[in-house]
Design a protein around this ligand. Structure first.
Ligand code: ZN
Length: 750
């Protein structure tokens, strides 16, 4: 076969280019698949190849651009169109839709309702949630309005749609056969940028001509190639033909933001889950001419424009890996925040018993807890305001700002000389080349003089001048004696107040004219250095403590710091920070370290999470509180159970995670039982994990329905925020996957 020889020769001469998310590219003729991939419009696409239906870009006209020019091929002839013409942009029009009818079409019936408005509301709901085609049709036989979803060419395909609906909580569905529908196919006209027709064909394929350039359509950029043909509805749905991993680079950052979750191992877990989903669902839309769709109905794909260095790495480092159970790729469901425990799939998606989708606890294991202890019993030094002053003393001594042998007398004043000395050292800690000369201070400076000296020493005068206006001084008007001080000092004082460096006295006075006390001086200096993130102050999240070293994560990087002998330990509960003898710490807890000479830890502040120890506690949806009036509740539930005014909500069954999985709704005009995901949709809540509280009015009727819950999502499979928590605790992506999916393996498929 001469054709093969040409391909082989071309491959031998091929130039291979590799970029972050672009796979190897070779130039050859549009013909048969090569061993490791296929060639589409002259562009080599490495195997495995996916076909993604870009429904968002669909229309009767689709325009494709490429800065380096477009290579265009018409099918089935496989002929290169206008090879000598520089095509920067090509528009494809539906020129003609083929007539003819197909045998039958299948739809999934969701409900049959007497009320048309209700049926339409339900249809809109399904459309919004699942992005399916949904129709409402009147049946004269039953005299009801039928809500039907999807347009499937086969019963198998309809079954897939039905499964999705069931997964979404629509429990009473069945597949119905419908009247004939128009067959797919037609003719497309390709038109260049000047509006001239360049070709007509049933199918076009295009790829960028330039090595590194990408195709652009509807504002998104794509790797690989695009294929265009007329769909059953008479539109063109561009199909992105792309390498599976290149596709994943456009999926993972959308499903799990690398800026919100910068933990590589968590992103790798997400990448493997997304690859498993894509792999398992290949061919789901074969009747439409592609493998999977680009929307939330499948998994969201936004093309090359959303790629991120970190998620690219997550995809590359797990290349070919999928999650399997009994040798088969799994249905890798994931949820945003599980609220501390995931749930069995069967409880949320009734009828879906899946061995590997079992509820698991979303907490770090006990061995991941770290403890540290100090040798001596801490004695508390109270400040003049009655609160401990130990942290300020330990931090400032560790940083070398306050002398190590300084003996605090919190209720006494501070000399001007001492204050100047501390300010000079603080300025050095802030990396100021030369401390602006500290103004000459009297022996016993008052608070306003101390503030002005501090502002001058750390070079803030210009900043304060811009940030605080004379008009702003109104804020201070309520405080006694403020009017008497000079406006420049008042502005500095207001700025210090704004940053929380100073505060009113316990009696509510702003004592600008009082002598500077040691307590105020130490607090002011400590807060100033913290606010400016001075050298030697490290804030991060605990990974673990091992052999005398604190391992913590600062943004993406992991650092280790040795605990110095006699390091002071502090526990922080909201605004109270107290010295303690020992600390029990969970991975992910917030820590602040103060380093001695920029080396070992001299003081450590631990902020335990008051949300508990769950791995996903960092999510702002970890806990929530929703309240409805009786009218609001009735209106919400009506779409799922039209039972009149709600009298009682009675949980009938709880899942392994104590999610409510069956809820009886008792209304003035009837009762209904909601199951699984339906419950949270009917109530408009983020999760099934909640308790119900009622508040009664004076006449003994419920006035407020209150739902206090945890989490966000369906609660089944991998918990994304929890995965990030496990990654912070030092777990690998395969440990994360095997934690959330019971009994699975991570296997390399290619
Ligand atoms: Zn979780």
């Amino acid at each position: 076969m001469p054709g093969r020889k040409i391909v082989a020769a071309a491959l031998l001469l091929a130039v291979v280019l590799t970029t972050a998310c672009g796979t190897a590219r070779r130039t050859t003729r549009e013909t048969q698949p090569t061993r490791e991939g296929i060639v589409v419009a002259g562009r080599f696409i490495a195997a495995p190849v996916m076909r993604i239906g870009l429904e968002g870009a669909a229309g009767t006209v689709v325009t494709v651009k490429a800065p380096g020019g477009i290579a265009l091929v018409s099918l089935p002839e496989g002929k290169r169109v206008a090879p000598d013409k520089p095509l920067g942009q090509v528009s494809f029009f539906v020129a003609e839709v083929s007539a003819g009818v197909s045998g039958e079409i299948h739809r999934v019936q969701i409900a049959s309702l007497r009320n048309k408005q209700q049926a339409e509301k339900l249809a809109a709901d399904v459309r919004r949630k699942l992005d399916l085609t949904v129709v409402v049709r009147f049946s004269s036989q039953t005299r009801t309005w039928r809500v039907q979803a999807g347009e499937a060419a086969s019963r198998t395909q309809a079954a897939a749609i039905e499964k999705k609906l069931r997964a979404a909580g629509y429990a009473e569905t069945w597949v119905v056969r419908d009247a004939a529908a128009p067959v797919s196919g037609g003719t497309i006209s390709a038109v260049d940028a000047s509006g001239r027709r360049i070709a007509a064909s049933a199918i076009f394929r295009c790829a960028p001509r330039g090595g590194d350039s990408l195709l652009e359509s509807s504002g998104s950029r794509y790797r690989g190639a695009l294929e265009l043909r007329v769909s059953r509805e008479g539109r063109i749905i561009p199909v992105n033909i792309v390498n599976l991993d290149d596709y994943l680079c456009g999926v993972v950052p959308v499903e799990m933001s690398p800026t919100v979750f910068p933990q590589l191992e968590a992103l790798k877990a997400q990448a493997v889950a997304a690859r498993t989903y894509a792999y398992k669902n290949r061919g789901q839309y074969s009747a439409e001419g592609y493998d999977i769709c680009e929307s939330a109905r499948c998994q969201v794909y936004n093309g090359a424009g959303v790629e991120h260095e970190l998620t690219d790495r997550a995809v590359r480092q797990t290349a070919g890996e999928v999650i399997t159970y009994g040798g088969e790729p799994v249905n890798a469901l994931f949820t945003s925040t599980c609220g501390g425990h995931t749930e069995d799939a069967a409880n949320i998606f009734p009828g879906d018993e899946v061995a590997y989708l079992k509820g698991v606890v979303c907490e770090p294991e006990a061995e991941l807890f770290s403890s540290v202890a100090s040798e001596d019993e801490p004695g508390i030094t109270y400040g003049a305001d009655g609160l401990p002053l130990d942290l300020e003393l330990a931090a400032l001594k560790t940083l070398g700002v306050v002398e190590r042998d300084f003996q605090a007398q919190p209720r006494e004043g501070l000399s001007g000389r001492q204050w100047s000395l501390w300010l000079e050292k603080a300025a050095a800690r802030l990396g100021l080349r030369q401390a602006d000369s500290v103004p000459q201070l009297p022996d016993d400076p008052d608070l306003k003089e101390a503030i002005v000296a501090a502002a001058t020493a750390v070079g803030w005068l210009e900043r304060i001048d811009r940030q605080v206006t004379d008009g702003d001084l109104m804020i201070l008007a309520d405080f006694e004696g403020v009017g008497a001080i000079d406006p420049a000092a008042a502005r500095a004082a207001l700025y210090f107040l704004r940053l929380g460096l100073i505060g009113p006295e316990p009696d509510g006075r702003l004592a600008f004219g009082d002598p500077l006390g040691q307590t105020a001086a130490l607090r002011m200096l400590h807060r100033l250095l913290r606010h400016e993130a001075a050298r030697g102050i490290i804030a991060g999240r605990l990974v673990r403590v091992e052999s005398g070293r604190v391992v913590l994560r600062r943004k993406e990087a992991v650092e280790q710091h040795t605990l110095g002998a006699g390091a002071r330990l502090f526990k922080r509960f909201q605004e109270y920070t107290v010295p303690v003898r020992s600390l029990q710490m969970a991975p992910g807890d917030e820590l602040i370290l103060f380093l001695r000479d920029n080396k070992e830890v001299g003081a450590l502040v631990h902020s335990p999470s008051l949300e508990g120890i769950a791995s996903d506690r960092s999510s702002r949806y970890f806990q929530w509180d929703v309240q409805y009036s009786p009218e609001e509740l009735r209106e919400k539930i009506k779409r799922y159970a039209d039972v009149g005014p709600i009298v009682e909500l009675r949980p009938l069954r709880y899942g392994v995670s104590e999610r409510i999985v069956e809820l009886e709704v008792v209304g003035g005009e009837g009762r209904a039982v909601l199951k699984g995901l339906q419950i949270r949709w009917a109530l408009g809540l983020r999760e099934n994990l909640f308790v119900i509280e009622k508040r009664y009015g004076e006449r003994g009727l419920v006035e407020t329905w209150r739902f206090i819950g945890k989490g966000w999502g369906h609660g089944v499979g991998l918990c994304q925020v929890g995965a990030s928590g496990m990654a912070i605790a030092g777990k690998s992506y395969s440990e994360i996957l095997r934690h959330y999916y019971t009994g699975v393996e991570v296997e390399k498929l290619y």
